[in-house]
Ligand binder design. Structure first.
Ligand SMILES: [Fe+2]
Length: 169
């Protein structure tokens, strides 16, 4: 997920330093989940309205945990923590930012987070194969995801796949 974000970042023209920051920040994106009850995180079925409202707070809680730490890495992490669930169409959370109001790092991590969640094992869903996950990302272009970043994701996908295969041995 950090690697996917980094590859997208580099392909968008980020410098190595910016991509390093993004990679660190991506690794921290769900920091706030440390304060969400485990029963919610591991719930096999759909969350009810109340549970969903609690789950959404992982963004703002994570940002609070980072607080005002001044280093660039933590500043980047805070941005990603706060914005990885925003959506291009403004229907995301916690702030309902829209389009380029969402920082680039948040828009990138939104894609790698969904791809990672779909292709990984989660208690509430089956594991999707990469092709199905890609189709879902394409379907979300312009609604969930930045439509200029989806083609970038597709471009770096072969490299992502190679890295995943290497990790799995
Ligand atoms: Fe999240």
């Amino acid at each position: 997920m950090s690697l996917t974000s980094r590859l997208i970042g580099i392909c968008c023209g980020m410098t190595k330093r910016e991509a390093d920051l993004l990679s660190f920040a991506a690794g921290m994106h769900d920091l706030g989940k440390t304060e969400i009850p485990v029963s919610l995180l591991l719930k096999p079925g759909k969350l009810d309205r109340y549970e969903w409202a609690v789950m959404k707070t992982h963004t703002t809680i994570g940002a609070d945990i980072i607080g005002n730490r001044g280093s660039e890495r933590y500043k980047a992490a805070k941005i990603v923590i706060l914005t990885h669930h925003e959506r291009w169409d403004g229907r995301g959370y916690p702030q309902g930012l829209r389009g380029e109001q969402i920082p680039l790092m948040g828009r990138i991590v939104a894609i790698s987070d969904v791809f990672d969640a779909l292709t990984g094992e989660r208690p509430y869903k089956r594991t999707w194969d990469a092709e199905e996950a890609i189709e879902e990302i394409i379907r979300g272009s312009g609604s969930h995801f930045d439509p200029t970043l989806v083609p970038v994701f597709l471009e770096v996908f072969p490299e992502i796949r190679k890295a995943i295969c290497q990790t799995m041995g």
